[in-house]
Each structure stands twice: as structure tokens, then as C-alpha cells.
Design a protein around this ligand. Structure first.
Ligand code: ZN
Length: 101
């Protein structure tokens, strides 16, 4: 009888700690995410017009471009498309630019 009660109590305690641990993990995760977002915002000057996530500067063929951290969309500033297209005239982008430019 006493054993059964102890077992039940133990199970309840375990459940309590598992729940507490989960809450703690969720809090840590939220904190981490907030910090990541904050640090991204500090380095970013722009947000994606499509999904609102911050853009992160990265280099593509030695040209600095902005890539969305949410949808991975790439945004080019004025002159950057020409710079990218001009690098390789045989690329689809180069062809596109020559055809439309
Ligand atoms: Zn986006």
C-alpha cells in the first residue's frame, strides 16, 4: 500500500520535473532566438519586403548582396545586378541583362 503511494508520488514528481525542464528549455530557446534575431538586426540595415525577416549581407562573386534570412531571397542594390551579370556574360543572368538592357 505504502509502496504504491510512493510510486505514484514519484511518478508525479517525475512528471513535474519533466514539465519544469521543458519549460526551462522553451525559455532558453526563446531567449536564444531573441538574441539571434537581435544580433541579426544589429548587422542588418534592411528587412525582406516579402517576408519581413532581416537581410544579411553576403558576398557573391566578390559582390556584396543582401540575402533574406527567412526566405533566402536575394536582393541587389543599384548597380549590383549589372556587376553580377557583367562578371559572366555566358550566365543566364548575363544573357538576361544583355537582352533586356
Ligand atoms: Zn524573405
Amino acid at each position: 500500500m505504502a509502496n504504491k503511494w510512493d510510486e505514484r508520488k514519484k511518478a508525479q514528481e517525475d512528471e513535474y520535473f519533466v514539465k519544469k525542464e521543458r519549460e526551462l528549455l522553451a525559455k532558453l530557446k526563446a531567449k536564444e532566438e531573441a538574441e539571434t534575431k537581435e544580433s541579426l538586426q544589429k548587422t542588418c540595415h534592411m528587412r525582406c519586403p516579402k517576408c519581413g525577416e532581416p537581410l544579411k549581407a553576403r558576398s557573391f562573386q566578390k559582390i556584396e548582396i543582401d540575402q533574406c534570412t527567412g526566405c533566402n531571397g536575394i536582393w541587389l542594390d543599384a548597380g549590383e545586378l549589372e556587376a553580377v551579370a557583367g562578371k559572366d556574360e555566358s550566365s543566364w543572368l548575363g544573357k538576361f541583362w544583355q537582352k533586356n538592357g
